[in-house]
Design a protein around this ligand. Structure first.
Ligand code: IMP
Length: 496
């Protein structure tokens, strides 16, 4: 007979934190938000995050651009796996080769191009400094630079050739490959340059350093770096093509893998984890998603380095409607955290858990952490920012960004959802949508982190671990949820 749970499954919104004594040790400035990302195992240092945030394994969220921004703020992105292996590996490489202040040029001209080409490229990319190479592509010899100061559209003919416009290589001041950022900036300031091209021994352009970025170069104290000072990056994988995908991702420099599936309690996840552990013992692999103790135990025993919790709670998710599968996110986290505790008592191994999906308000993040999650994975949250891959559009009077689910027809990520070979019977588990545009990742993240720290301070916790140990949590009634917002007044402005 079917097992019926007596407890109703609940979401974060149905709980509140009760304050503990706040002391000088836990004022916001003293709170540390670093957390473990991977299990503690013998002979292998666990990876850590500097803030408890990872971005969702989604086409509309985690590309190289967002990954760079998030890692610079202390979190980590899992580059989406629903793309050809080559392009996923290319994104990983871009993150790993990113050096703060060293910009990869994306505007190339050949000397034979014309002023008309320059203008078109400028309008397309928004960049006014362009590299000129012998063949007009990244791999050919660097022969000069064009900037907006080199031509006057009102005077010059549109068919004027780039070789008559550019500053040629022999007149340029250049930096050599391997130069430090501070040395590059010294050269820029000493020579009153706007841009310093960094060139290798074969006269190929490696990067550019811009004067205008000088302020942005100041050290970011939370940057998530590996031992070689490159940013950390993860990648989503599936249980189908992992034998071809993983070697290319590893070759590109990926730091951690994560199985991306709407239902992770499967023998295929176990097989994939075993394969990774046997073939690439130094590599980390997370697994999921599961929503209960049984699923957790299965993936923990299989060797998962972290376990992702959540089915059906994502903002773009219609899995619960389509299949009737899922569980309230708060209930899932509480049960899995309990199972993790038992597992640690039995084995001495601590396995981080990730709360994935359904974060609507910043206070839900604190609640997820208080209930036992080590970090949260978010899609909607990050999709709203400049750095996400979705297009920014005008929608009525507001700006929005595109955000589509991996289970939508648009993403066509059927490997995440479907075990059947029959393509005829595929159905959607996600929707295509817009989210309100919110500005830059860094600005939004600092506000969110301030709120989390303020709540932790109220709970008397100076670290996430302490929050988990000390948190006192109460359920709330529907009427007290109403009481929690502004109520019984006439608001002067619309409040989002
Ligand atoms: P959000 O932060 O609430 O937007 O949820 C993001 C999470 O939803 C992702 O990390 C995935 O676990 C999940 N997800 C992504 N795409 C889909 C989909 O199309 N259907 C169901 N769940 C999805």
């Amino acid at each position: 007979m079917a097992k019926i749970y007596s407890e109703i499954s609940k979401t974060f919104n149905e709980y509140l934190l009760i304050p503990n004594l706040t002391t000088p040790e836990c004022i916001p400035d003293k709170i540390a938000l670093d957390v473990p990302l991977t299990r503690n195992s013998k002979g292998k240092d666990p990876l850590r995050l500097n803030i408890p945030f990872v971005s969702a394994i989604m086409q509309s969220v985690s590309d190289d651009k967002l990954a760079i921004s998030l890692a610079r703020c202390g979190g980590l992105s899992f580059i989406y796996g629903s793309q050809p292996i080559e392009s996923q590996a290319k994104m990983i490489k871009k993150v790993k080769s990113f050096k703060s202040g060293f910009v990869t040029c994306d505007t190339y001209l050949s000397p034979e191009n014309t002023l008309d080409d320059i203008i078109q490229l400028r309008d397309k990319t928004g960049h006014s400094t362009m590299a000129v190479t012998s063949e007009g592509c990244q791999d050919s010899t660097f022969v000069g630079i064009v900037t907006s100061r080199d031509y006057r559209v009102s005077r010059d003919s549109l068919d004027k050739k780039v070789y008559d416009i550019m500053t040629p290589y022999h007149k340029l001041i250049i930096g050599e490959e391997g130069i430090s950022l501070s040395k590059a900036n010294d050269i820029i300031w000493a020579n009153k340059l706007n841009c310093l091209p960094i060139v290798n021994d074969d006269q190929k352009l490696i990067n550019m350093v811009f004067r205008k970025d000088y302020d942005a170069h100041k050290e970011n104290p939370l940057e998530l770096l590996d031992k070689k000072k490159s940013l950390l990056v993860g990648a989503g994988i599936n249980t189908h093509d992992y034998q071809e995908r993983i070697p290319m991702l590893i070759n590109a420099g990926v730091d951690v893998l994560c199985l991306d599936s709407s239902d992770g309690y499967s023998v295929w996840q176990k097989e994939t984890i075993s394969y990774v552990k046997a073939t690439y013992p130094g590599m980390y692999i997370g697994a999921g998603n599961i929503v209960d103790a049984e699923g957790f135990r299965y993936l923990a025993d299989a060797g998962a380095d972290f376990i992702k919790v959540g089915i059906g709670g994502g903002s773009i998710c219609i899995t619960r409607e389509q299949k009737g599968i899922g569980r309230g996110q708060a209930t899932s986290i509480l049960e899995v955290a309990e199972a993790r505790k038992k597992y640690q008592e039995e084995t001495g191994v601590y396995i981080p858990i990730c709360s994935d999906g359904g974060i609507v308000y910043d206070n839900h993040i604190t609640m997820a952490l208080a209930m036992g999650a080590d970090f949260v994975m978010m899609g909607r949250y990050f999709a709203r920012f400049d750095e996400s891959p979705g297009k920014k559009l005008k929608h009525g009077n507001d700006y929005v960004k595109e955000y589509w689910g991996e289970g939508s027809n648009r993403a066509k990520n059927w490997q995440r959802y479907n075990m059947s070979a029959n393509k005829e019977t595929l159905f959607e588990e996600g929707v295509d949508s817009y989210v309100p545009y919110a500005g830059t990742l860094k600005d939004n993240l600092s506000t969110t982190l301030s709120k989390i720290k303020a709540a932790m301070s109220s709970c008397g916790a100076a670290s996430v671990k302490e929050l988990q140990e000390k948190a006192r949590i109460t359920t709330v009634s529907a009427t007290s949820i109403r009481e929690g917002g502004a109520h019984d007044i006439i608001l002067k402005e619309k409040n989002y």
